[in-house]
Design a protein around this ligand. Structure first.
Ligand code: SF4
Length: 318
């Protein structure tokens, strides 16, 4: 038994599948890796963290990649990669002004929401964007049409919007939010704006939705504690934790298994394990090994959807 744990170590570990890397994250990481390989000795810059994961970022920093939060930090003529979360047209313009070579690793799902915002704005619609105002993705997407867009996070904020119900209003959503959470907001919007224009398919990407469904299944299969591996600034990882809590389980979000507070395992016989979309599989393997080495007898995979990386080759670098 692990030192400090008074009762028995959890007997069972349930692994959510799919978990970890999504197609968009893999594509962004492959793109940056490819650049590092093809430009030895040259500093590659990346606007914002390539993906929201401290391990991935630290590994790239070791390889010499510099992450910046402002284009002004990048020397003229350098190579800059736009992260998987996307950037606003203003950032693209600044990069052009500095004569930077730009490589765009924005996830195709995020690009879809950029195109929606541009289309609705060009048609004169008001756009209500469900998202976190400070999140890189929200900043980039709403930056496509700042004057036409308003960001909301709660049904109360929808209520207090000073937009006439007769105006043409379109809805766009940050890709990594919980479906349940946005459904409440959608209801509030449909009520206030009967002519609300909604995307044909939800903007929430399937990778996000599948991982959330996986967490629900872990709890249904009696995981009393759900461990989410991921970083604190990862929106989809935070949502996985919230989904588990909403299902009545205990949940914790940690960067890797070494951060686990052992007190959380006290009295727990079945643990669920999942990972945010930007977490490398190696860290999941380490967590599984840790549980096995400490006495967990049964490790069971709970598959709720197929994981697929189809149609996500790295960005072509010329
Ligand atoms: S979570 Fe979805 S939107 Fe975000 S990078 Fe992955 S595939 Fe793209």
């Amino acid at each position: 038994m692990v030192d400090g744990l008074k009762s028995n170590f959890p007997k069972k570990l349930l692994l959510a599948s799919p978990r970890g890397f999504c197609a968009g994250v893999k594509r962004a990481i492959d793109t940056l890796n490819q650049l590092v390989k093809t430009h030895p000795g040259q500093t590659i810059y990346c606007y914002h963290q390539i993906v929201h994961n401290t391990h991935v970022v630290a590994e790239f920093e070791e390889k010499g990649v510099k992450f910046v939060n402002s284009i002004d930090e990048v020397p003229k003529g350098s190579i800059i990669v736009f992260s998987s979360h996307g950037v606003s047209p203003l950032v693209r313009l600044k990069a052009e002004d500095r004569r930077l070579t730009t490589i765009d690793a924005t996830c195709p799902y995020v690009i879809k929401t950029h195109l929606e915002v541009k289309k609705y704005a060009s048609e004169g619609d008001k756009i209500i964007y469900i998202g976190k105002p400070q999140h890189d993705e929200a900043v980039g997407t709403t930056g496509e049409a700042l004057e036409s867009t308003v960001i909301v996070q709660t049904p109360e904020e929808v209520e207090s919007l000073e937009i006439s119900p007769t105006e043409k209003v379109a809805l766009v959503t940050q890709t990594t939010l919980s479906y349940d959470e946005t459904e409440d907001l959608r209801k509030a919007m449909r009520k206030k704006f009967p002519q609300l224009i909604e995307p044909l398919k939800s903007d929430i990407c399937m990778a996000t939705q599948n991982r959330q469904n996986g967490v629900k299944e872990l709890v249904k299969k009696e995981a009393e504690l759900v461990i989410v591996l991921g970083s604190a600034n990862s929106s989809n990882s935070n949502k996985l934790k919230k989904v588990a809590e909403n299902m009545g389980a205990k949940a914790v979000l940690i960067d890797d298994i070494s951060e686990l507070d052992l007190n959380l395992l006290e009295g727990i016989s079945c643990v669920g394990l999942t990972a945010g979309a930007s977490l490398p599989e190696q860290l999941i393997t380490e967590a599984i090994t840790w549980f096995k080495e400490h006495g967990t007898k049964t490790v069971e995979e709970v598959v709720t959807a197929k994981k697929s990386f189809v149609s996500s080759p790295p960005v072509k670098i010329t």
